[in-house]
Write a protein that binds this ligand. Sequence first.
Ligand code: TMP
Length: 207
Amino acid sequence: MKRGKFIVFEGIDGSGKTTHAALLKKRLEEMGERVFMTAEPSEGEAGKLLRRCLKREIELSEEAIAGLFMTDRLDHIKNPTDGILSHLEKGETVLCDRYYFSSFAYNGSYAPLDWVKAINALPRALLRPDLTLFMDIPPESFLSRIEKRSEKERYEKLEVLKRVRENYFAAFEAFPDEKVTVIDNTAPLDLAAENVYLAVKPLFEAR
Ligand code: TMP
């Protein structure tokens, strides 16, 4: 059995990752591929804890949050019942909404970036994506979704998203051996979806 392909979607908040992952799943299934969709934070126990941190129900240090994302990732990769590797070994294509580049871009803003990179050497040694698709939008376009918030909150959110987007590009440069394709997601939906498909197509032709 040939191992499946591991494809990751990355992007700032509101960049359309989830929509495009679903469209790609449909297209690959029409080609006869078996596809498993997943996301980080995962549905596992560490992932549940992270969702509570993100909702500010519990308070952890930025370092602990970065460590928890890494722990969740290790479990997401290796979990014997539903881990990514178990799906890849069954020959399924795995589409994952966020992976370690999210840690570099987001957690690297709050905890020391070198440290975030160092702890993510563990999951990186276990499983690298066959392709990372970065769904690119200008951070300003996210603001239309949060119209109800105050000017101050909108400004702060914009500054965070600008920094996260810059961090993504810095991380892509810092890891030149990673296969990354940037998709302009300001393009109409059909065109962006076609560009996603064209980027992943060679992975399936090589089989
Ligand atoms: P999402 O539902 O848009 O994917 O949101 C998940 C949030 O978690 C998003 O704000 C980014 C954040 N995150 C990190 O900070 N580090 C990580 O490693 C991952 C996977 C997500």
